[in-house]
Design a protein around this ligand. Structure first.
Ligand SMILES: [Fe+2]
Length: 227
């Protein structure tokens, strides 16, 4: 479309002073928008930071902060949780290749999932509390993994269900002892998470229908205090 005369005239003469003032004002407003947005965002970040500090401070008083002494029993508990993950995750993976039972494979998936999350938590909590945790499972646990590596089919299913049900039964009792006596809030939170994970593993292992009476008897003997 061909521009009309009046618009050409305006461009030759320049904008009238009032139009220039309006344009400048508009530009100033546009320039101020990012600054305003930035200020607003900074203020909400500051508010957010304040809120999380408040949450942390509330946590300290409500059972999830790092308050209270850490005993040798508490430290040993973190070590055990770490070591559980170090052999149960490989065991869970072996179930996917060596098991014949679908229930055993399912239990293996629960072990991988549960201990991946718990391992993350135990590494964080150990760091906060200054507790040194190992990077290797115990020799006994490594021996169980070797046994599982060599077993296939129904033999694997039976071995997996019983070895893992036995170790879970024992650590379940340890969690109860730690939770009952610890004075540290972070250890309390950790024992709650570990308790949920171990309980889930006990259940999926029992769901295989392969746990033998001797395994329960062995656990009973191990967790019953000697007189
Ligand atoms: Fe487990």
């Amino acid at each position: 479309m061909r521009p009309n005369r009046s618009s050409r005239r305006v461009s030759r003469r320049g904008l009238p002073p009032r139009a220039v003032a309006t344009a400048v004002a508009a530009l100033l407003v546009l320039a101020a928008i990012p600054v305003l947005i930035s200020l607003q965002s900074g203020s909400s970040q500051a508010e957010e930071g304040h809120n999380s500090a408040a949450v942390n401070s509330q946590d300290s008083g409500s059972g999830t902060g790092n308050v209270g002494p850490v005993t040798d029993v508490d430290e040993d508990f973190l070590v055990k949780v770490r070591q559980a993950g170090l052999w149960e995750i490989p065991a869970g993976r072996l179930a996917q290749t060596n098991a014949s039972s679908e229930a055993v494979k399912r239990a293996g998936l629960h072990l991988i999932d549960g201990h991946s999350k718990l391992d993350q938590l135990v590494r964080e909590d150990a760091k906060i509390l200054g507790v040194k945790i190992p990077n290797e499972a115990t020799e006994e646990q490594q021996g169980w993994v070797k046994q599982l590596e060599q077993a296939h089919g129904e033999e694997f299913d039976r071995l997996f269900a019983n070895l893992l049900r036995s170790s879970h039964g024992k650590i379940f009792a340890t969690i109860g002892e730690v939770r009952a006596a610890t004075q540290n809030d972070l250890i309390r939170r950790h024992s709650r998470q570990a308790n949920q994970t171990v309980l889930d593993h006990l259940e999926v292992l029992e769901d295989t229908g392969l746990v033998e009476p001797e395994t329960f008897e062995e656990v009973e003997e191990a967790v019953t205090p000697s007189e």
